[in-house]
Design a binder for this molecule. Structure first.
Ligand SMILES: Cc1cc2nc3c(=O)[nH]c(=O)nc-3n(C[C@H](O)[C@H](O)[C@H](O)COP(=O)(O)OP(=O)(O)OC[C@H]3O[C@@H](n4cnc5c(N)ncnc54)[C@H](O)[C@@H]3O)c2cc1C
Length: 376
C-alpha cells in the first residue's frame, strides 16, 4: 500500500479548491474538473466563524480572506422588534486573525481561485467525469471532453447534489427539511458591527426567523429562514414580493432594510435540502468531502467551514499515511464534528417549525460555537 501521488478532484467549489490547495502544498499532484464552464457563484454572502478562518489560514489564505471580507464582533439574538436579547461575541482572534467574518461568495471564490492559479494547479472548466472504474489500486476516469486519466484517488467535491455520490450511494439523496432560505444584499448601516438574528413570530403568518450579516463596510445581506410547507416553487418575477412578505412584522434594522428588497432578480431562494452521509464517506479509492458528504441547513453558518476543515484534514492525512490508513484516519477526525454540526443545524430548524418541542437555540448555538473554536 502506498501514499497518494496523483489525485483527481471533481468540483471546483469551496471544498474542491481548498483540498486542491492543501494537497499541492503537501507536494501531491492534483488536478480539478469543474462542470460549470463559467465557474460562477451566487452574488450573496456567507457568514463564517473562527474555525473557517483557522482552516483557511492553514492553507495560506486566511489573511487574504479577511482582507476580502468584513470582520464583525459576533452574533446577537434580537426579539422581533429589534431589541438585543443576547450577545455571543466571537473569540478576539484566531492565529492573529478576526474570528467572525462576512464575505461575498464571489470574494471567497476569488481568494481560492487566485491561489489555485498562483500555485499552477490545473483546473478544467466545463468538464466532468463521464464514468469511473475503481481498479483497487487506482481509479480510471473517462471525462466528458473525451479524455481519460488514471488516479490514485478521486475526491468528490461536487456539492449537495453530488454526481460522484450518486454513482457510489445511489440511495443517498438530499431531503427537504421543511424550510427555505431567502437572501438579498442591501446597504449596511455605518455603525453595524454584529450579525443579528431575530427570533419571534412575525405578524405576516410566516413561521421562521430572519437576520443580516455585514459583508463589506457598506454592504450586508438579509437572510430569512422560513417554513415553506409543500416545498413550493416561486415564479422568478415574484421573488422580491415573496421575500418582503416574509419579513412583515419585524422591526429594527431588519424592518427598515427589508423595504430595500425590490429586485426579484437579486433574490436568492433555496429550499433547504440536507444529506448527512454515515461513516465512512469513502468506498475504495473514491472519497466525498464538503456538501457531497454532509450538506446541512444554514442555521449554524458552518457549511463552508466544514468543507475547508475536511480539505485541510484530508490533505494532512494523505501526506502522512498510505491511502487506506489516511482515509480511515480522516473519518476518525471528521465524522463526529461534521455530524454534530449537521444534526444540530437541522434540529434548530425543527425547533423553529415546532416551537412546542423546542429547546434553547441560543444555548445550543453557543455550545456548538465553543466546540468549533477548538482545533480539529
Ligand atoms: C445561497 C447560499 C448561501 C450560503 N450561505 C452560507 C453561509 O452563510 N455560511 C456557510 O458556511 N455556508 C453557506 N452556504 C453553504 C456553503 O456554500 C456550502 O456548504 C459550501 O459551499 C460547500 O462547499 P462544496 O465545495 O462542498 O460545495 P459547492 O460550493 O456547492 O461546490 C460544488 C462545486 O462542484 C461543481 N459541480 C457540481 N457537480 C459537478 C460535477 N458533476 N462535476 C464537476 N463539478 C461539479 C459545482 O459547479 C461547484 O463549483 C450557503 C449556500 C448557498 C447555496
Amino acid at each position: 500500500m502506498s501514499k497518494a501521488q496523483n489525485i483527481l478532484v471533481v468540483g471546483g467549489g469551496v471544498a474542491g479548491l481548498a483540498v486542491a490547495i492543501g494537497l499541492h502544498n503537501k507536494g501531491i499532484k492534483v488536478e480539478v474538473v469543474e462542470r460549470d464552464r463559467d465557474w460562477k457563484v451566487y452574488h450573496v454572502g456567507i457568514i463564517v466563524q473562527a474555525n473557517f478562518i483557522r482552516a483557511l489560514n492553514q492553507l495560506g489564505v486566511g489573511q487574504a480572506a479577511v482582507e476580502a471580507g468584513y470582520p464583525f464582533r459576533g452574533a446577537r439574538f434580537m426579539n422581533q422588534a429589534g431589541e438585543v436579547l443576547a450577545e455571543l461575541p466571537g473569540d478576539p482572534a484566531v492565529d492573529g486573525l478576526p474570528s467572525d467574518l462576512g464575505l461575498t461568495r464571489p470574494a471567497l471564490h476569488e481568494v481560492l481561485t487566485r491561489e489555485v492559479r498562483r500555485l499552477g494547479i490545473p483546473v478544467r472548466l466545463g468538464v466532468t467525469f463521464e464514468c469511473f472504474e475503481d481498479k483497487g489500486d487506482r481509479v480510471d476516469v473517462t471525462f466528458t471532453d473525451g479524455t481519460s486519466g488514471s488516479y490514485d484517488l478521486v475526491i468528490g467535491c461536487d456539492g449537495n447534489y453530488s454526481a460522484v455520490r450518486k454513482v457510489l450511494w445511489p440511495e443517498a439523496t438530499p431531503k427537504f427539511t421543511g424550510q427555505g432560505v431567502w437572501r438579498y444584499n442591501v446597504p449596511k448601516p455605518v455603525d453595524l458591527e454584529w450579525s443579528d438574528i431575530y427570533i419571534g413570530e412575525p405578524h405576516s403568518g410566516f413561521n421562521g426567523k430572519a437576520g443580516y450579516c455585514p459583508l463589506t463596510a457598506t454592504e450586508m445581506y438579509i437572510f430569512a429562514v422560513i417554513e415553506e410547507p409543500g416545498n413550493p416553487r416561486f415564479a422568478p418575477e415574484t421573488l422580491a414580493d415573496e421575500m418582503r412578505a416574509r419579513l412583515v412584522g419585524y422591526g429594527g434594522i431588519l424592518g427598515d432594510s427589508a423595504k430595500r428588497i425590490t429586485d426579484p432578480a437579486l433574490v436568492v431562494y433555496r429550499p433547504l435540502e440536507a444529506c448527512i452521509m454515515p461513516d465512512p464517506w469513502y468506498k475504495g479509492r473514491v472519497v466525498l468531502i464538503g456538501d457531497a458528504a454532509h450538506s446541512a441547513t444554514p442555521h449554524l453558518g458552518q457549511g463552508a467551514a466544514m468543507a475547508v476543515e475536511d480539505a485541510v484534514v484530508l490533505a494532512e492525512e494523505l501526506a502522512d499515511k498510505d491511502i487506506d490508513r489516511a482515509l480511515r484516519s480522516f473519518m476518525d477526525r471528521r465524522f463526529e464534528r461534521a455530524r454534530l454540526v449537521g444534526t444540530s443545524s437541522i434540529r434548530l430548524g425543527e425547533w423553529e417549525m415546532h416551537p412546542e418541542t423546542a429547546g434553547d437555540p441560543v444555548e445550543l448555538t453557543d455550545t456548538i460555537r465553543k466546540k468549533l473554536a477548538e482545533p480539529v
